[in-house]
Ligand binder design. Structure first.
Ligand code: PPE
Length: 306
C-alpha cells in the first residue's frame, strides 16, 4: 500500500506530489509543533464522499487554537473545499486524507508566535487499516505500561503531532509483545483510549465509554453514539476500570482509521466468546453502510466530492 498520489495541496493550491517537501530546519520537525487530522473518503452510490469533513476541519482548527496559533490565514470553508479539491484531483475513491498545519520558518525559541503556519493536505489510497480478518475476529490488546497524557501536560483534545510520541511508545511496545493495539490508562488509572482509537464496552446490554475529559473527542465515537442510540441501546459515559474490561461481554474500539473493531482479548483474558461480539457487529455493519452513503438518515455525514 503506497502513499503516492499525483497532487498535494499546499498553502492555497495543488502542487505535484514530489514538491511537497520541507526543509530540515522546519521547527515542526524538531518539536512536533503541528496539528493534523485523520479523515477518510469512501466510494458511495453518488461518487466519492468525505466522511464528516466539516467536523474534522473544525477539529483541525480547534487543535491549532489549542496549540496557540491565533490567526490562521484560512477559513474552515476554504479548507473544506481544499480537501475536496485534493481528493478530486487525485481521482481516488477510497482514500485516507491527511491535513497538517505546521510551524514553518522561525520558531526557534519554543514560541508558536515566532513562525508562521503552513498547511498541506495529502491523500492516499486506502481500504482497510487493520485487515479484513480483524473485522470478524477482533484484535488482541494489552494495557500499556505507558500512561496517556494528563490533560494539563499535553492537550488531549488536540491532535498535536508531538502528542503522538506517547502513542508510538505504547503501540511499539504492545506490538513487540505480540499484541495488535495498546489500551492506555489516564493518570488516575482509569481507561482512557487506545493509541489512535476511542474505546467502548458492552455489558448486560448497556454500552459504556469513558468521558471525553482525558481523551480525544473522536468523531467516530460521536457517530457510534448516534448509531447505538438509534439502534435502541443506552450509551453511558462514565469512568471505566481495567477490570471492567476483563468482565465485559464485548469491548470495541473506534476511530477514522480503524473504523469499528472488536477486541477479542485483553491482557491474555478472552473477552466474551473471544470474537467480535454481536452488538459490535451490529454497530459495525451500520457504520460501514453509513460511511458509504447507504443509510438515508446519516447521509448528511457524507460530503460528496462532486
Ligand atoms: N484517539 C486518538 C488518540 C486518535 O488519534 C484517534 C484518531 C481517535 C481517538 C479517534 O478519533 P476519530 O478518528 O475522530 O474517530 N486517530 C487517527 C490517526 C491514527 C494514526 O495516525 O494512525 C485516525 O484514526 O485517523
Amino acid at each position: 500500500m503506497g502513499m503516492e498520489s499525483k497532487f498535494i495541496w499546499k498553502n492555497g493550491g495543488l502542487v505535484p506530489f514530489e514538491e511537497a517537501t520541507l526543509h530540515f530546519l522546519t521547527p515542526a520537525l524538531h518539536y512536533g509543533v503541528a496539528v493534523f487530522e485523520g479523515i477518510r473518503s469512501y466510494n458511495t452510490p453518488k461518487g466519492p464522499a468525505i466522511f464528516r469533513l466539516r467536523e474534522h476541519v473544525e477539529r483541525l482548527f480547534a487543535s491549532a487554537y489549542v496549540l496557540g496559533f491565533r490567526d490562521l490565514p484560512w477559513t474552515v470553508d476554504e479548507i473544506c473545499e481544499a480537501h475536496k479539491d485534493t481528493v478530486r484531483a487525485n481521482g481516488f475513491n477510497d482514500c485516507y486524507v491527511r491535513p497538517l498545519i505546521y510551524l514553518d520558518g522561525g520558531g526557534w525559541n519554543l514560541n508558536v508566535d515566532s513562525g508562521k503556519p503552513s498547511i498541506m493536505i495529502a491523500v492516499w489510497e486506502w481500504a482497510n487499516y487493520l485487515g479484513e480478518e480483524a473485522l470478524a475476529k477482533g484484535i488482541r490488546a494489552n494495557i500499556s505500561s505507558f500512561t496517556r497524557h494528563h490533560p494539563n501536560v499535553s492537550m488531549t483534545k488536540a491532535k498535536i503531532s508531538g502528542n503522538y510520541a506517547n502513542s508510538i511508545l505504547a503501540k511499539t511496545e504492545s506490538q513487540r509483545l505480540g499484541f495488535e493495539e495498546a489500551i492506555m490508562l489516564d493518570p488516575q488509572g482509569y481507561i482512557a483510549e487506545c493509541t489512535g482509537e476511542n474505546l467502548f464496552l458492552v455489558r448486560k446490554g448497556k454500552i459504556i465509554t469513558p468521558s471525553t475529559a482525558p481523551v480525544l473527542e473522536g468523531i467516530t465515537r460521536n457517530s457510534i453514539f448516534t448509531i447505538a442510540t438509534d439502534l435502541g441501546y443506552e450509551v453511558l459515559e462514565q469512568p471505566v476500570s481495567r477490570d471492567q474490561l476483563y468482565i465485559a461481554d464485548e469491548v470495541f474500539v473506534c476511530g477514522t482509521a480503524a473504523e469499528c473493531i472488536g477486541l477479542s482479548e485483553i491482557d491474555f483474558r478472552k473477552i466474551g466468546d473471544g470474537t467480535s461480539g454481536k452488538v459490535t457487529r451490529e454497530i459495525q455493519n451500520v457504520y460501514h453502510d453509513a460511511i458509504r452513503g447507504k443509510v438515508a438518515k446519516y447521509e448528511s455525514w457524507c460530503e460528496y466530492v462532486g
